[in-house]
Design a protein around this ligand. Structure first.
Ligand SMILES: C[S@@+](CC[C@H](N)C(=O)[O-])C[C@H]1O[C@@H](n2cnc3c(N)ncnc32)[C@H](O)[C@@H]1O
Length: 243
């Protein structure tokens, strides 16, 4: 997969994209990142990428021309690449979107900055993406979040012992509680069943824990969780939770 990022701050990606799974995925040629500073596509001597808003108001707005020229150059050989504009006004990113994007061959992200961007920039994007209902300084951190979530879903990106299959949101349940050595720490012990080696019972316990955890923390997810009648009854009887 080729991911091209239009940004005024390409250096921001150096750290996060050069360690752990993102680094390994690049070394394995599963993903390639290219950064394009749209300031390089200005034509005036001050290399201006922003200007004050028409109609007045505080802050600066990203101008359309540098981003347009940068996008044209990036899309020249790959006109079908999906272009995604980062904005808090976009569709809210989730695991389902991460999975969809992980199947693309070529993605282009546009990072806004300052007060935002000229409204005409919106028409060049295939869709607009937000990472949540809060406002960041720029789109860079948002792109990092999106890329991290989607790259780990590219087949081969995770090692065999780092499966994404059970992760929270992969089905409609949160992940079950995990434990590792030591068996006891500061008076807190690992549930005995996990030490039993009884795989069927462990599986059943994990499913039960995932259901209870989801019901307690994110009951909104349960409607898509396809709980069996027995599981629904169990939630009602033991926890007084109606799925
Ligand atoms: C300070 S914000 C501008 C926010 C804009 N005035 C608004 O309220 O929609 C600057 C840039 O950061 C990025 N950004 C901020 N919050 C974001 C979020 N929650 N998700 C994705 N991108 C975000 C966008 O690219 C945005 O253009």
């Amino acid at each position: 997969m080729l991911i091209q990022i239009l940004t005024l701050f390409p250096e921001m990606f150096d750290g996060p994209f050069n360690c752990s799974i993102l680094k390994r995925a690049q070394e394995q040629n599963l993903v390639e990142f290219r950064y394009h500073n749209f300031r390089d596509f200005t034509t005036d001597k001050h290399r201006m990428v922003d200007d004050s808003p028409y109609g007045g108001g505080s802050g600066m707005v990203l101008k359309p021309e540098p981003i347009y020229r940068c996008l044209q150059a990036v899309k020249k050989d790959r006109p079908l690449a999906k272009t995604i504009l980062m904005t808090p006004q976009g569709a809210v990113f989730d695991q389902k979107l991460a999975r969809q994007l992980s199947a693309e061959e070529h993605l282009i992200f546009i990072c806004g900055h300052y007060e935002g961007f000229d409204e005409r920039i919106r028409q060049w994007a295939d869709f607009e993406l937000s990472i949540g209902d809060y406002v960041l300084t720029g789109g860079e951190l948002a792109v990092m979040v999106v890329c991290d979530a989607l790259v780990r879903l590219i087949p081969g990106a995770l090692g065999s012992d780092e499966s994404a299959v059970r992760d929270s949101f992969t089905g409609s349940l949160l992940d079950f509680p995990q434990y590792t050595r030591p068996v006891e720490f500061e008076g807190s012990a690992v549930p005995e069943l996990l030490l039993s080696g009884h795989h069927a019972k462990i599986e059943a316990w994990r499913r039960e824990q995932a259901i209870v955890r989801t019901a307690q923390r994110r009951p909104d997810l349960l409607k898509d969780a396809n709980l069996t009648e027995a599981e629904q009854r169990f939630l009602m009887e033991k926890y007084n939770i109606k799925p």
